[in-house]
Design a protein around this ligand. Structure first.
Ligand SMILES: NC(=O)c1ccc[n+]([C@@H]2O[C@H](COP(=O)([O-])OP(=O)(O)OC[C@H]3O[C@@H](n4cnc5c(N)ncnc54)[C@H](O)[C@@H]3O)[C@@H](O)[C@H]2O)c1
Ligand SMILES: O=C(O)C(=O)C[C@@H](O)[C@H](O)[C@H](O)COP(=O)(O)O
Ligand SMILES: [Zn+2]
Length: 411
């Protein structure tokens, strides 16, 4: 049995909040030709992620607003290249690839579109290879820019392909799901899954820009919107309880796709993620707080088979489990866990953990979680809530984790 290890100091220091951002940008963004009206809460915004450690400047802007996809200035000022490849999937490409292609034709002589098969089950080697096949077939050189047009699956795979092709080509994130706009497009984690564990093969590789067009969320299925809300909720308990208060007041507006509410949720999420990743790009400490709910959540995804539960669904339920663990470690009270659980339910997410093994359910969870990337020498590390708005990374005895899984799982 493992013992409780001292908390690793990964909580965000008060000095890094609140977050400031700059809305002027040399690309021409917000130059007066922006498509959305001022004053409606949805006029274009910019959040910057500052990444300057170890020499090279990997900083980039995140553009957030309505109508950005068809606005060629959204893509001005990127590395010059004659060729561009839009990587999308069979669902998103028919909706949005032509609009992006038109906008990019002002910047690249040749723009082609690749449609990957859709879904988490395809976040694997064979699908990744389709990107390399397309690049090689069109004679793409090392300046070719990749554009990831899709949700987190397309974004993670395109980023990984960009990191590998000719040892690195530039890429741009054009996220089309709420989850991708609030989380996966920012921060440079790229990966594919392995049958034994989520995101096990990948690289840290930053995009040159992130362009979040809020209008694209209008075609998103309700279940996918809920999945994205899980990652928005996550930022509350780990970093910003004012965001949690705001979410309690605006959950119905978000689920009704109110653009001003979505704009706020995307912007605040990106600000928090930019701040955390700016402090710790390669997850040597603080960045681990962004994994709240993911130790349990990734076990659910791998244990049920990729795609059975959406990533956001698994994270939503995983946050209930991690909060319950925090309570049993004496860190937060039952009222805090109940409050978080209620909000996750209101987002339309599951809060009862699935049974992964009828004989030894907790044992199956534990075995899957031992492969988690945060585990050290076989000891599982959990992101726990030390107090509302502050998280830490720590171990827990197996017996206690078993109790938590049993308490949270379906009977
Ligand atoms: N890199 C990171 O930091 C990070 C962070 C969080 C999650 N992730 C990863 O992201 C993935 C989950 O991403 P996701 O939730 O975006 O899922 P997803 O990429 O599978 O997209 C969800 C579904 O919505 C469809 N879709 C996308 N945009 C649409 C639109 N505008 N209209 C209609 N349909 C649309 C997609 O085709 C897909 O069927 C997981 O693999 C997860 O591990 C990565
Ligand atoms: O950006 C991060 O850091 C995160 O942990 C964000 C998570 O929401 C995301 O799911 C991430 O891909 C999980 O990272 P992993 O290292 O556990 O695979
Ligand atoms: Zn996640």
């Amino acid at each position: 049995m493992s013992s409780i290890s001292p908390s690793t100091p990964v909580s965000a220091p008060a000095s890094i909040r609140p977050v400031s951002y700059d809305v002027s940008e040399s690309s021409g963004f917000r130059d007066g030709s922006a498509p959305a009206a001022e004053g409606d809460g949805t006029s274009p915004q910019q959040v910057r992620i500052e990444l300057r450690e170890s020499g090279a400047d990997r900083s980039y802007p995140i553009f957030i607003g309505s109508g950005l996809l068809s606005w060629s200035a959204s893509f001005a000022g990127l590395p010059k290249a004659s060729q561009a490849l839009i990587v999308s999937n069979t669902t998103v490409a028919p909706l949005y690839a032509e609009t992006l292609k038109q906008a990019l034709q002002a910047h690249h002589a040749q723009v082609t579109v690749l449609e990957l098969p859709d879904g988490e089950a395809h976040k694997d080697w064979s699908t990744l290879n389709l990107i390399f096949d397309a690049l090689l077939s069109q004679g793409a050189d090392r300046k070719t820019v990749l554009y990831a047009l899709g949700g987190g699956v397309v974004g993670d795979m395109t980023g990984f392909a960009a990191a590998c092709y000719m040892r690195g080509v530039p890429f741009v994130q054009v996220p089309t799901t709420l989850l991708a706009q609030v989380d996966s497009s920012v921060g440079g984690k790229t990966a594919i899954n392995h049958p034994q564990g989520k995101n096990m093969i990948g690289a840290f590789y930053q995009p040159k820009r992130v362009v979040c067009d809020l209008d694209l969320l209008k075609t998103l299925p309700a279940r996918e919107l809920s999945a994205g809300l899980a990652e928005v909720i996550k930022y509350g308990p780990i970093f910003d309880m004012a965001l949690l208060d705001w979410l309690e007041q605006h959950m119905d507006a978000l689920r009704a796709l109110d653009t001003a509410a979505l704009a706020h949720a995307v912007r605040r999420s990106c600000e928090i993620k930019a701040e955390v990743v700016g402090q710790d790009e390669r997850e040597s400490g603080l960045r681990a707080i962004l994994n709240f709910g993911h130790t349990f959540g990734h076990a659910i995804e791998a244990g049920l088979g990729y795609g059975a539960w959406l990533h956001g669904e698994a994270v939503g339920c995983g946050m209930v489990m991690a909060a319950t663990l925090s309570q049993r470690l004496g860190l937060v009270d039952a009222a805090f866990v109940a409050r978080l659980k209620r909000l996750i339910e209101r987002a339309g997410l599951p809060v009862v953990a699935p049974v992964l093994d009828k004989q030894d359910n907790a044992g199956r969870y534990l075995n899957l979680m031992r492969l988690d990337k945060k585990a050290e020498a076989g000891e599982i590390k959990f992101v726990v809530i030390e107090r509302p708005g502050q998280a830490a990374l720590r171990g827990a005895p197996d017996a206690l984790v078993r109790e938590v899984i049993d308490a949270c799982a379906a009977a």
